[in-house]
Design a protein. Structure first.
Lengths: 470, 1025
């Protein structure tokens, strides 16, 4: 058996930066609670600025301000590891994710197809670089050795003969033992695996948990190591978030191409195609715009998929700036190359009310259909809002307020209405530059309607109509 | 048209996060509007009432004392104090409500009002839904003292509300009265009021909704406006109430505890007797006529001012401490008198100092005596608990400290309330600096990436500016006790402190001063712990009994050492700034130390008094006095004012202040940072001095110094007490250096230097040091005879980081029975767990049992838990293994990581060959280099300081194998090389040497970070303060 370890040296960073145009911009990934954000990873440009993993974000900002910040997201890291495993699946039927941030490939049986090893290795490197992932590759007779040697080597290929020599040279701190064991051994002056291997086994066994000897045996191949077998997912989903608002189609094409390329890599790894997939454009407050893309037959070709998706996108009127783009392909049929014909949009299946509402929206415009909700604010203009979810209702606090409030106050036609109550003074809203100072009155107009009106606090100017009581 | 009016319902900013104006603003505005009186009715608190009383006096408008309280499941009331009885009742009521709730809250129950309420007038504040039954219930409790308060603020329908409430009052036969529910002095505070409301509710302003007031009517309204709002009868009723409220703080009578005086004695006769006993104790051979005369003068003065009980109180506390062998030392205006020496309150022998008691306690100044007593840091709690035990919780409580908003806190709270993102709030707060009371300058803001003109930043800053100085909450004074004969809750409300088992009164020390309550400060001082430990060590190893009072005075060797600035570890004069002053000042006698302690302070430095004083010391010809009158005041400091007391005397002598005004000045000095109020003095002082023929320059300098004192007011009376500890610690360092260093390390953390630095200093003085070793070490560091028979220092197990005192105790016990044979024997007999064993091995403490660290660690890892069945069986014999020897660097690294110091070579000594290649000199070589030479040095960064008094300069202390190098980094370089300056643990500095009067500085011109050279060596550094 021969195992290749692909160590993804900066997986988190690569995952984030591949969706960014400007690779030269300093970028750091941070994690931790809001009060204590810690830098977990930095790209070369950020390192140039003196930023280091382990620094607090505050310390970093004290040093310099010219860098971008993104979240260090474990879920994203897992996502990319799985994505790459799906890619690697085409090169080996046994791909393992057992080691974090690394892929282990059994390649003995694939050598006939992709070999010899140097050529195979070159291909892996080329494709990884194209996909935008930094890596180190080591080949060894067993997966544990491949993984641990990748800690200190890149491009190393060892056979059974050289294995013991290379393992002996490993620093104990990099050989995969738990940190407390490493530090205990260091405190005894033991720093290289070789020093460990010359000690009588029983003395080691007495002093350390049995995993230690077991691990050493695995490294040397004396103990087999059973690794999990990656099964590619049945569906593909990926998402690119922008760090700015995208307003036009043109700017969506770069991320779209990236997503399609990823889809292609996934399909190739799994040796299947796609017949229908969904693009979703995420907005700040609006629900995401869904763009279904359908094909007559399953396809895999990057350019073809891109052209079809692009065609669908360009038909679309962007309702709001786009913050993120999502691609999901739940059904992945087998790929049989066929003639490539475009298919028209699938008929939508939706609920009657939603259908009606969407029809109304389509006819009258999105802004024309909404619900109402109360807002706790003393200022009448700010005391209500449109409500698109239809679920919110704020409790009124007992002040006499009209049911119909005008969007904008208008001069009251009636010059001398009968004052029923007031003045009620409202002074509020200095914080958003909408400060107002008004004296409000409850009045009855000549035609007998009850109105809520106001006038400036110095009593000047006409009565302004704020709303009508039912 | 306007009518006479008194405001009866008004909150100051002591209703935290509700009131948006301070008492001064409220009284000024009320006076301007022509109100007849103003009630301050903060919610269930009297914390702000003394300030209100002072403002009332200032603006000559009567104050009505009161409090707004919400009864649980009952009505909301304003209680107003009619007379002394009512005041006491209110204090008790607030105490009751506060003590049963958590700190910062209160719970007033319906039954609390069932007791006699005479002396209090009640205003009922009915809610919209309140019914007649509540009114009836209240009327039963306040039969002739209940009013229904009508508060109209231009709500939806004021006419209807007025009519309803008047009808309610009539139906109950209760008079109605107008009130304002005032939350601010003027409408302009509306934004601030909204903001603090949001802060109180922990929400943003734009989310606060109806929790905000609908308008800004809750301010002190003009009388014209009130006439439009309220019927005349309601306004007139306010005056009837105001006239009834005649309580004045001068009615409060405070009495000292009486139990200190035995039957048959008066306080005076008892103080006389204790003093005579003290004289016999202090001067067994008889007292000199001069001192006898001084004591008589002092006693006469004390009796004259009726302060006997105060001295007796302090004496009682100090006697307790002495009986428990707790070291203590008094300081403060009255502490350093011959009487206090006889009473044991101070250890300064009046025969050896030229301090004059009258300087500290004067007939004319009429200021209360002030004695602070420092106790051993670790044992102060025993003293505090004694005071509580002796006087009971009802009669003794701690003083409060009013925590006020500094700029950073204000910006933080306001920024959050206005919806600034958390990161921006942080950045903005950092712009303010830690203790600043000013919002940052526009330049500073732009540097931090803010646009000072943007509306949101502008709003945040404006509101923060208004909020700065506002009280935020009450916290506990570190040790200021108020003790009284009568229960304290008849003088001032008492509430819970954050700490369990502590209660605090609602006033801070300025309030106490103003009302004439006396407090005793029971403070903690680490140096006293160290001194007591040192005395114990000297007694144990030398058989010599030393006390603060019996340390030989005027020791030449000690002063020589001080003048060399060889003062690491010594009290007060060990800081870098102090050490650079010593060779210039060259103290030769006790009073020089008093000056030395006081001179390196912001006061004298900002007032530019330091250099003139030093020049005059070196050249007596320069000593001149601004006038013959001031010669008396300034003679002891060669014509340069250095002490707070002198500044006050100058104000009296040169600017014509009365004693009372001078005292006022003292208070303003202490508080101006917080409350301002120093500007009037600038004008008054300058005018007074010009009138008396002093020049404007002198006046300006005096005023600058007053401002400086504000921050760290340092009076001669405190300086003298500190100087005693300085002398005592210097003497010990000079004559018992091993015991002194040992005691300091055992008392750590304290002082300026780490144990490592103290040990290095000890070694430089030829003291042997011995490593931690389970065969010899106790928990504490101890003394042990070395090769030459002199005492050396054996490191204790306390030095091993993370080691537990209990494990150390068992090791000592087991060792006493019989020495350990090997690590297994040690582990079994001392019952050590794996963690403790590993720590001992890594610390090198097993060297005698198992060899070097690597072998020790291997050995302890092989210890197997002993099973009962196999007890007594020899351990399994296993093959010997060969382990690498630890290298010198590894040993050193482990030493620093585990013990914090090394007995081996200093890291710089190890690196020296490399450093030579970089042409770095060591600190020893610098001593022989002349002024102005360009040099390069390298060292561990052990300190970085940016003192507020030195504009933008950073002082870096580098340490190498021979000592310290002081590096000065000017602002321009600091900004250019911020990364190197802030992040280096080891630094190479190119610069120019400055040598002046025995003081050496390196003025840096380039910094190089050599941290990599250190290879992760653990050094600790004090960062910017």
């Amino acid at each position: 058996m021969r195992w290749a370890c692909i160590l993804l040296t900066q997986l988190a960073l690569d995952g984030v930066s591949r969706s960014r145009d400007d690779q030269a911009q300093p970028l750091v990934l941070v994690a931790g609670p809001a009060q204590r954000r810690i830098i977990r990873a930095v790209n070369p440009a950020a390192r140039q600025l003196g930023l280091k993993p382990g620094q607090t974000l505050i310390a970093a900002q004290a040093l310099t301000s010219g860098f971008a910040v993104a979240e260090y997201d474990q879920q994203q890291i897992d996502h990319w590891q799985h994505f790459l495993a799906a890619w690697a699946y085409r090169f080996s039927s046994h791909v393992s994710l057992d080691y974090p941030r690394a892929l282990l490939l059994e390649i003995e049986s694939s050598l006939g197809l992709f070999g010899p090893w140097p050529r195979f290795e070159e291909r892996l490197r080329t494709e990884l670089t194209e996909l935008g992932f930094q890596h180190r590759i080591v080949l060894a007779p067993n997966p544990a050795a491949a993984r641990m040697l990748a800690n200190v080597h890149d491009g190393l290929a060892v056979d059974d003969v050289a294995l013991r020599r290379e393992v002996e040279r490993l620093p104990i701190s990099r050989c995969g033992l738990p940190a407390d064991i490493v530090s205990a051994l260091a405190r005894m002056g033991l720093r290289r695996v070789k020093q460990l291997l010359v000690l009588p086994r029983d003395t080691l066994g007495r002093r350390f948990p049995k995993d230690v000897l077991w691990h050493l045996d695995t490294l040397l191949g004396h103990q087999p190591l059973a690794l999990g077998n990656f099964q590619p997912a049945d569906e593909f989903a990926a998402r690119i978030e922008f760090n700015f608002e995208v307003n036009n189609h043109q700017a969506l094409l770069f991320p779209l191409r990236r997503l399609i390329a990823d889809l292609h890599a996934f399909l190739a790894g799994r040796d299947c195609g796609v017949q229908q997939f969904m693009l979703a454009l995420e907005h700040r407050s609006l629900a995401a715009t869904a763009v279904p893309v359908g094909l007559l037959t399953p396809e895999r070709d990057t350019q073809l998929l891109f052209d079809v998706a692009r065609g669908r996108l360009e038909q679309l009127q962007l309702p709001a700036p786009v913050l993120a783009l999502r691609l999901s392909a739940p059904n992945l049929p087998d790929f049989v190359p066929q003639s490539q014909t475009l298919f028209v949009e699938r008929p939508q299946q939706s609920q009657p009310w939603e259908q009606l509402r969407e029809r109304l929206r389509a006819r009258l415009g999105d802004q024309a259909v909404y619900g109402l909700a109360a807002v706790a604010d003393h200022r009448p203009e700010h005391s209500w809002c449109t409500d698109v979810t239809g679920g919110r209702a704020e409790q009124h606090d007992g002040r006499p307020r009209p049911g119909w409030l005008l969007t904008e106050p208008q001069p009251l036609n009636d010059l001398v209405p009968e004052i029923i109550a007031g003045p009620e003074r409202i002074e509020s809203g200095w914080w958003d530059a909408g400060d107002l100072r008004r004296d409000y009155y409850l009045v009855r107009t000549r035609d007998g309607r009850r109105a809520w009106v106001w006038r400036a606090v110095d009593g000047s100017g006409p009565f302004m109509l704020q709303g009508w009581f039912a | 048209m306007s009518a006479a009016y008194a405001e009866l319902h008004c909150l100051s900013n002591f209703s935290f996060q509700r009131g948006a104006s301070n008492a001064d603003e409220l009284f000024a505005r009320a006076r301007q509007h022509g109100y007849q009186a103003l009630a301050i009715t903060d919610e269930c608190t009297l914390a702000g009432i003394v300030r209100a009383w002072q403002a009332a006096k200032e603006h000559q408008l009567p104050l009505i004392v009161g409090s707004e309280m919400q009864v649980e499941n009952g009505p909301k009331l304003v209680l107003l104090v009619e007379n002394l009885q009512g005041y006491q009742r209110l204090c008790q009521l607030i105490t009751l409500a506060r003590r049963r709730a958590e700190k910062g809250c209160y719970r007033l129950l319906r039954e609390d009002i069932d007791v006699d309420m005479s002396g209090l007038l009640a205003l009922w504040l009915p809610t919209e839904k309140e019914d007649v039954s509540t009114g009836v219930w209240l009327k039963e409790r306040f039969p002739a003292t209940l009013w229904l308060a009508i508060e109209l603020h231009r709500g939806p329908d004021d006419d209807q509300r007025l009519a309803r409430l008047q009808a309610l009052a009539a139906s109950l036969d209760v008079p109605a009265v107008a009130a304002g529910d005032v939350h601010m002095h003027a409408r302009g505070r509306r934004a601030l009021q909204d903001t603090i409301t949001s802060i109180r509710h922990h929400c943003r302003v734009d989310e606060a909704g109806h929790r905000l007031f609908a308008n800004g009517e809750r301010h002190l309204r003009s009388r014209e406006g009130l006439v439009d709002t309220y019927p005349a009868a309601l306004l007139a009723e306010t005056l009837r109430i105001a006239e009834r409220c005649q309580f004045d703080f001068d009615d409060l009578k405070y009495h000292y505890p009486r139990e200190l005086v035995p039957a048959g004695h008066t306080p005076a006769s008892w103080l006389r007797q204790l003093t005579e006993e003290g004289i016999a104790w202090r001067w067994p051979a008889g007292i000199s006529a001069k001192l006898r005369g001084q004591i008589e003068t002092e006693l006469a003065l004390i009796c004259d001012l009726e302060y006997e009980s105060y001295f007796l109180t302090v004496h009682d506390i100090v006697s307790f401490a002495r009986s428990q062998h707790i070291l203590c030392q008094g300081r403060g205006s009255a502490a350093n008198s011959a009487v206090c020496f006889a009473l044991g309150i101070t250890e300064i022998d009046p025969a050896h100092s030229n301090l004059l008691f009258e300087r500290f306690l004067s007939r004319e100044r009429n200021e209360p005596p002030d004695i602070d007593v420092d106790f051993e840091h670790e044992r102060r709690e025993e003293v505090i608990q004694y005071v509580f035990r002796r006087y009971g919780r009802r009669r003794a409580a701690l003083t409060a400290v009013v925590s006020s908003y500094h700029a950073a806190g204000a910006v933080r709270d306001v920024g959050k309330a206005l919806g600034l993102p958390a990161e921006q709030v942080d950045t903005l707060a950092r712009c303010c600096g830690r203790w600043s009371d000013h919002i940052p300058t526009p330049e500073r803001l732009r540097e931090a990436g803010f646009d000072p003109d943007s509306p949101i930043v502008h709003r945040v800053l404006t509101l923060s500016g208004q909020l700065i100085g506002f009280p935020r909450h009450l916290s506990q004074h570190p040790g200021g006790f108020v003790i009284s004969e009568q229960p304290l809750d008849t003088l001032v409300p008492v509430e819970n402190a954050a700490m369990d088992g502590r209660t605090i009164i609602q006033w801070d020390k300025d309030d106490l001063d103003a009302v004439g309550l006396l407090k005793v400060d029971i403070l903690a001082l680490g140096m006293l712990t160290a001194l007591r430990r040192c005395f114990d060590l000297v007694r144990h190893y030398r058989g010599r009994e030393l006390t603060l009072a019996t340390i030989p005075a005027d020791d030449k060797l000690t002063y020589d050492m001080i003048s060399r600035a060889d003062t690491i570890g010594v009290f007060q004069i060990e800081s870098r700034a102090q050490m650079s002053m010593l060779p210039r000042l060259r103290p030769r006698e006790f009073y020089d130390l008093v000056i030395e302690v006081a001179i390196v302070r912001p006061g004298p430095i900002q007032g530019d008094m330091v250099h003139p004083y030093l020049q005059r010391r070196n050249d007596k010809a320069l000593v001149t006095y601004p006038s013959p009158a001031l010669e008396k005041v300034l003679k002891r400091t060669l014509g340069v004012p250095l002490f707070q007391e002198q500044v006050m005397e100058i104000a009296i002598v040169a600017a014509g202040y009365s004693a009372g005004e001078a005292d006022e000045l003292r208070r303003s000095m202490a508080a101006w940072k917080r409350r301002g109020g120093l500007e009037p003095h600038r004008e008054k002082l300058t005018r007074g001095m010009l009138e008396r023929g002093y020049d404007i320059e002198f006046a300006e300098r005096i005023f600058e110094q007053i401002k400086g004192f504000g921050e760290y007011g340092f009076p001669e009376s405190h300086s003298a007490s500190f100087a005693l500890l300085t002398y005592a610690s210097s003497w010990l360092k000079c004559h018992e250096p091993a015991a002194f260093a040992c005691a300091l390390i055992n008392s750590w953390p304290m002082g300026f230097y780490s144990p490592d630095q103290l040990l290095q200093d000890a070694r430089r003085h030829g003291i042997e040091t011995f490593p931690v070793d389970v065969r010899y070490s106790a928990w504490d560091c101890s003394l042990e005879p070395g090769r030459d028979g002199e005492l050396g220092i054996r490191l204790g197990l306390r030095m091993v980081r993370g080691f537990h005192v209990e494990d150390a105790g068992r090791i000592e016990q087991a060792r006493q029975q019989q020495p350990f044979t090997d690590v297994t024997d040690l582990s079994r007999r001392a019952g050590l767990q794996a963690r403790a064993r590993d720590l001992l091995a890594d610390a090198g403490a097993l060297r005698g049992l198992a060899g070097n660290r690597h072998r020790a660690r291997w050995a302890v890892a092989g210890i197997e838990p002993q099973l009962p069945l196999f007890a007594g069986q020899p351990a399994i014999r296993e093959a010997a293994v060969t382990l690498p020897l630890p290298s010198e660097a590894e040993e050193m690294q482990a030493d620093y990581a585990l013990v914090g110091t090394t007995m081996g070579r200093h890291p710089m000594a190890i690196l020296r060959p490399k450093l030579r290649q970089l042409r770095c000199r060591d600190s020893n070589e610098l001593r022989s280099l002349e002024h102005g030479r360009p040099v390069t040095v390298a060292g561990l960064v052990t300190g970085r300081q940016r003192p507020g008094t030195a504009s933008g300069v950073t002082f870096v202390t580098l340490e190498d194998e021979h000592g310290m190098v002081n590096v000065v980094v000017w602002r321009a370089l600091a900004e250019r090389q911020r990364k190197e300056l802030v992040h280096s643990s080891m630094l190479q500095v190119y610069g120019r040497l400055e040598t002046k009067e025995g003081v050496r500085h390196l003025i840096a011109s380039r910094l190089v970070d050599l941290t990599d050279m250190l290879n992760g060596l653990a050094t600790r550094s004090r960062d910017f303060h």
